[in-house]
Design a binder for this molecule. Structure first.
Ligand code: SF4
Length: 143
């Protein structure tokens, strides 16, 4: 199976703080083809970068800058990567304003979690790509 995956889950140091998030046992995905993407960097943001959170349809940094366009551009690139490579499933980083699924931070930068999806997850799901996070994926539910 071809699987789109958040690059930071694969060891890429592309997070806003310049770190990765090696919280997934990649050996569980042996035999699958992984296609890593980082929508925030692909959309034009730097490493490191100011943390950002979703505020309704907008993505705003903790410095008050609107980076919605970069997030949307990155989401389009992730979708294109998925479609070009036949990925019907994605495993993305939980709670990210790009990659989060089901839960995201509320825009107050107080670590308050609310229901919602990241911008990339929203676009992938609208295009019938099934999204899991590193917390809820299980190789038995990917198919
Ligand atoms: Fe990039 Fe998504 Fe990881 Fe953020 S959560 S660093 S956008 S891959």
């Amino acid at each position: 199976m071809n699987i789109l995956i958040s690059a930071c889950l694969c060891g890429c140091t592309c997070r806003y703080d310049g770190k990765n998030k090696n919280s997934i046992d990649l050996s569980k995905l042996d035999g699958h083809n992984l296609f890593p993407v980082c929508p925030e960097v692909d959309g034009g943001l730097s490493i490191p970068r100011a943390p950002a959170e979703r505020v309704g349809p907008y993505i705003i940094t903790n410095e008050g800058n609107d980076v919605t366009e970069q997030y949307k551009r990155g989401a389009e690139i992730a979708l294109k990567t998925a479609l070009e490579n036949g990925c019907t499933v994605a495993i993305l980083k939980a709670r990210s304003p790009s990659c989060g699924k089901g839960e995201i931070y509320d825009g107050s930068f107080t670590h308050t979690v609310i229901e919602g999806n990241g911008v990339t997850t929203e676009l992938l799901e609208a295009n019938r790509i099934k999204v899991f996070t590193e917390k809820d994926f299980d190789t038995s539910n990917l198919f």
